[in-house]
Ligand binder design. Sequence first.
Ligand code: ADP
Ligand code: MG
Length: 238
Amino acid sequence: MTEPLLEADNIVQFLGQGAGRVQALKGVSLSLDGGELVLLMGPSGSGKTTLLSILGCLMTPASGSVRIGGQSISGADAEALAKLRRDHIGFVFQSYHLFPTLTAEENIRLALDVRGQSSRTAVRAARDALAMVGLAHKRKSFPLQLSGGEQQRVAIARAIVGNTRAILADEPTGALDAENGQAIMTLLADIAKDRSRAVLVVTHDPRILPFANRIIHIEDGRIIEGEPTSPAKRVSNS
Ligand code: ADP
Ligand code: MG
């Protein structure tokens, strides 16, 4: 059997300080295999973004372990985590996180520059990625000149441009109309058809359900086994 691409084991995480301190994750385990597109669904505040951040090596959990390709990332310092992230993870932030002073193309190129790719290769790859999300004509636009949905598509292009094995996307269709949402999910599902790659999508969007190989439900910091009790309520949350 091949190793799961990404594994989390008994993850616990606390956020905030003092009276505002909350236990965002209460012992979460999951694994992501190559060749699958998995949805992570749950009500607002259930811990989805926190879990995705930990899987994406953006945040270190209070306890529990994360393995990438069978290798534990425990004990990795900030520099080592940054390298793991670069080499293995494409991340789509819920709030896009584009650099306002860089154009769409430059925002995407940045992901490749940090990977040490030559600028000619990076420019070509960035343009290809922009074309894949239907924004070839916007390559010179700055984030503030783009609609929310266009910014979201630039963020997706930046996450896929590095051809990493894992793509983690936090509500990637939240700002997209039906047509663009469909196109983006088709793109992500195509990536996940590759047996060596996997996509994990946090979503409330019921339109995404047909693209899923598997759905993981999270509630109040815990994975819910089996069917959730009230799916209709869950998907209507934001
Ligand atoms: P989701 O993405 O499912 O909406 P989050 O992972 O963002 O949930 O949040 C999980 C819980 O942690 C929520 O109760 C939220 O209010 C809390 N939380 C998130 N970020 C912080 C923070 N920076 N400080 C304190 N609490 C936080
Ligand atoms: Mg969230």
